[in-house]
Design a protein around this ligand. Sequence first.
Ligand SMILES: Cc1cc2nc3c(=O)[nH]c(=O)nc-3n(C[C@H](O)[C@H](O)[C@H](O)COP(=O)(O)OP(=O)(O)OC[C@H]3O[C@@H](n4cnc5c(N)ncnc54)[C@H](O)[C@@H]3O)c2cc1C
Length: 384
Amino acid sequence: MPIYDFIIIGLGTAGSATCMTLARRGFRVLGIDKHRPPHAMGSHHGASRSVRRAYLEGTAYVPMAMKSWELWRKLERDSGRDLLVATGNLTIGPPDSPAVAGFMASAQTYDIPHAVFNASEVLKKWPQLALPDIFVAGLEKEAGIVFPELSIKTFLAEAEKAGADLVFDEPVNRWSEDHGHVQVHTARRAFEAGRVLISAGAWTNGLLELPESPLQPKRVPVHWIEVPEDPSLRLGNFPVSFWQVPDHERLQAPKNHTEFYILPVIHPSSQMKIALHNKLADCDPMTLDRSVFPHEVDGIKEMIGRFLPRLRHCPITSEVCMYTMTYDGHFYLGKRPGSENVYGTALAGHGFKFAPVLGEILADLMTDVSSEVDIKMFSPDRFS
Ligand SMILES: Cc1cc2nc3c(=O)[nH]c(=O)nc-3n(C[C@H](O)[C@H](O)[C@H](O)COP(=O)(O)OP(=O)(O)OC[C@H]3O[C@@H](n4cnc5c(N)ncnc54)[C@H](O)[C@@H]3O)c2cc1C
């Protein structure tokens, strides 16, 4: 049976980056995926992922986000590929909304260059965006987009260059651990390693085999608006925007809100991406219906009519992606409770931007090196 230092189950976002990092550190690494990443069956497809540092989800993420930006740029230099393009990022909502307050806290605490606009200033700068009068928009100037498919290809190419063995189109069915070793079984064969990472995205939940799982896969309908030719809507000219809209009619004192995001057109496509970020239905990745339902399209059309009214008559196409949510919306990174040598990840719907730093963090964790960034809040033990 082939023996490795580490086996990585799932070579998508977290898995491909960790595989690269461990192989570069000189370990014997095997990566296995049931498909051939990048692909459109998990959580990483769809041409673009936003990258920002003034992190509205909490100031604790900012040091990681800063490190990740540096590492994206380093990966570009190492690989000779353009992966990250700055385009600006707007956080939009009422001034007292958790999103705007979170953005401001992160930007001010870490001195991240930013500006705040009222609704009419936004309309002047980006005439397609229609904000209710009481809304504001926090702009992080040097935020942008990474290309997820090209990024994963790059992590895997760099992993192979550093000596990792990669196996594709072969699902892992089960694993077992005893006496300091872990065996990983596919339908055809078995492999052994000192430690194993389960980074299987929406399938992590099943593979971790926990009696009570804190992870919940969600179906994420993603919609593409076919926009008229207009260079001002393109990546580099048009910002990413994240919206938090109170459900309350008067748009004040938000307790419940709808969150969605809009990403610019990536030339030569003529499509702008829009998707809901919350209020997502639970799903089982094994039986996921990948058709998009009429009520999902109607819901997004309503948001377009309200907040992108100039684009309300544009045709829409849709597809389905998945998130793996935790109860608190934060990442799940670390040793599986009850295991000595099996680790797990879940990225709660906002992990792509952190891929290179997650590779470093997971490689540190699995080699008992203390991490440069504080990751206590992501520990699986918080759910015990
Ligand atoms: C529509 C959408 C938009 C998003 N936008 C952003 C954004 O703008 N910014 C951001 O930072 N994040 C964003 N995210 C979140 C981010 O993309 C995810 O958090 C991230 O891709 C999850 O990575 P992962 O490694 O957990 O899963 P994946 O990338 O899906 O990788 C899991 C891999 O495991 C493999 N696998 C599964 N089961 C097995 C098995 N049994 N054996 C072997 N291999 C297996 C799969 O084939 C897959 O390749 C978005 C997500 C979605 C769905």
